[in-house]
Design a protein around this ligand. Structure first.
Ligand SMILES: *Cc1c(COP(=O)(O)O)cnc(C)c1O
Length: 523
């Protein structure tokens, strides 16, 4: 495929469905749209304001000398530009989003309504605490429910994403080891091969050394391999384990794993990103967990990605709680909610501060709204329906695709590429899903499964939506099994065709440069 100077494909796909090639580049009601810089020029402007009279510039020596070079657009041009781009986006409000390990589920509108209440939306983190007692109470109440649902005594509310929560938990572990006088010696962190990439990255970021543990044929931690890693234990800092794990399976030996790690003098970090599969049913605190982040944007339905920032509160055990980051909210005896901001007094052993303020207030409001609107029985049903839906997908597709492991799954169904004919790969199936109107599933992850396809339907999809998705994927899987070569050119109907993704990742073109007019003319 040939690329233009911006790294965008210029040649038509090798197999073209000529009936849908159009002069405008648009497809049906989906408009073709160029980059902002291609449709506007710095010479035009959408506004026409007179130079203000009698206003003295206060910019001193920092007055801009050259043009900014930004393309000027009229209001209708700007509106259409962004609307057209937005229609190229896939969104949870548009359709099922099968991305595994991401829990892309419906964000209830009630959450949004609550988050927009002026008492939550229009306050500032630097306001006097006496004027934001309601907001602090909300943080405290959400913390109470997170502790209740996890069976853990403390929660650090400030981390701003799952990976940030991992950092919080691992920094607390590092601080605890330093307090024990073992900060310099206990450096080894065990991480299963199936772990999310953020786990080993976090451990290394905190100065630990990652030691990989194997998965067994059932997709769980290989206990013999784990035990062999613990023969020497005086350098063990802990383990980072996801449960349910990234194969979409419950780690059945989790209690034994916790006991082994504790006996070795280490701490148990649990990646709680998949908490939606067990919320209301299992309390991580009962499993021997010392630290676990919760992705509010997954389990508790706050938007992620472009829809809003994430939030990764991290629950901590009694052993790690003293090292939690500041700030945190406490309730004084007279009922006043107070932020502990300094690493002194109640927070004298804290490892420090991770964020400027207290965390993602808007996400806190949404998550608490979600919890309260579901109630205890509703949250339990969230986990049950998430698991039911994933098993429905697995059951519907297991005759045409190859489940990676035997038996029931938890909240996501995992398939290998064993069913595909020679030459057809996971990526071809994923790309063909785009033509069917779906965002692809998670591909090639976890690494322990060949050509992995990880599908997480979540609990908010109806049977009708699941069937629609399964019908599409089933037909693609049959074509893949028959070696249908046209799959190699998919997607045919998307605005951008098969991209050179390796090149895009290795050599990203992040800056727009004006086309070389001389060279274009010569061609
Ligand atoms: C999503 C996820 C993370 C990271 O969470 P972010 O909020 O994206 O930083 C970590 N581990 C697992 C298993 C996940 O699914």
């Amino acid at each position: 495929m040939t690329m233009n100077t911006q790294g965008r494909p210029t040649a038509p796909a090798s197999v073209s469905i000529s009936a849908i090639d159009t002069v405008s580049g648009s497809r049906g009601l989906l408009q073709h749209e160029d980059l902002l810089f291609e449709i506007g020029t710095p010479e035009t402007t959408g506004v026409d304001l007179p130079k203000p009279k009698g206003v003295k510039s206060r910019l001193g020596g920092v007055v801009r000398k050259a043009e900014t070079g930004l393309a000027g657009l009229s209001e209708p041009q700007a509106v259409r530009h962004y609307i057209r781009l937005s229609q190229k986006n896939y969104a949870i409000d548009l359709g099922l989003f099968p991305l595994g390990s991401c829990t892309m589920k419906h964000n209830p509108r009630l959450n949004e309504k609550m988050a927009r209440l002026p008492g939550f939306a229009d306050i500032h983190p630097l306001q006097p605490q006496a004027t934001v007692q309601g907001a602090l109470e909300l943080i405290d109440e959400l913390a109470t429910w997170l502790k209740t649902l996890t069976g853990m005594p403390f929660v650090a509310m400030s981390p701003k994403a799952g990976a940030h929560g991992e950092l919080c938990g691992m920094l607390a572990i590092r601080q605890a080891l330093i307090a024990r006088g073992e900060g310099g010696t206990r450096k080894r962190v065990l991480v299963p091969e199936s772990a999310h990439g953020t786990n080993p990255a976090t451990a290394v970021q905190c100065g630990f050394i990652v030691d990989e543990i194997k998965a067994n044929a059932r997709g769980r931690v290989d206990m013999d391999d784990l035990k062999s890693k613990l023969v020497r234990s005086d350098d063990i800092a802990g383990i980072m384990l996801t449960n349910p794990n990234t194969c979409g399976l419950f780690e059945t030996d989790i209690k034994a794993i916790a006991d082994l790690i504790h006996a070795a003098g280490g701490y148990f970090y649990c990646d709680g990103a998949n908490f939606n599969a067990i919320v209301g049913r299992v309390r991580p605190g009962d499993l021997g967990v010392d630290a676990m982040h919760i992705n509010l944007h997954k389990t508790f339905s706050t938007p992620h990605g472009g829809g809003g920032p994430g939030s990764g509160p991290t629950v901590l055990s009694e052993a790690l709680a003293p090292y939690a980051p500041v700030p945190f909210v406490i309730r004084d005896e007279d009922g006043f909610y107070r932020l502990v901001e300094q690493t002194e007094g109640a927070a004298k052993d804290s490892f420090g501060r991770m964020v400027a303020f207290h965390g993602q207030m808007g996400m806190f409001v949404r998550a608490l709204t979600y919890m309260l609107s579901h109630g205890a029985d509703g949250l339990k049903q969230v986990a049950e329906d998430a698991v039911l839906n994933a098993n429905y997908v697995q059951a519907r597709l297991k005759h045409v695709m190859t489940p990676a492991f035997e038996g029931f799954c938890m909240h996501e169904a995992l398939f290998s590429d064993a069913f595909t004919a020679d030459g057809i790969e996971t990526i071809d199936i994923a790309k063909a899903l785009i033509d069917e109107g779906y965002h692809p599933m998670t591909m090639y992850f976890p690494l322990v499964v060949h050509g992995a396809m990880l599908i997480e339907p979540t609990e908010t999809e109806s049977k009708a939506e699941l069937d629609r998705f399964c019908d599409a994927l089933e037909s693609i899987a049959r074509r893949a099994a028959q070696g249908d070569e046209t799959l190699k050119g998919a997607p045919y109907l998307a605005p951008a065709k098969r991209l050179d993704e390796t090149r895009a990742a290795r050599k990203p073109v992040l800056k727009w440069t004006a086309p070389d007019t001389a060279r274009v003319a010569a061609e």
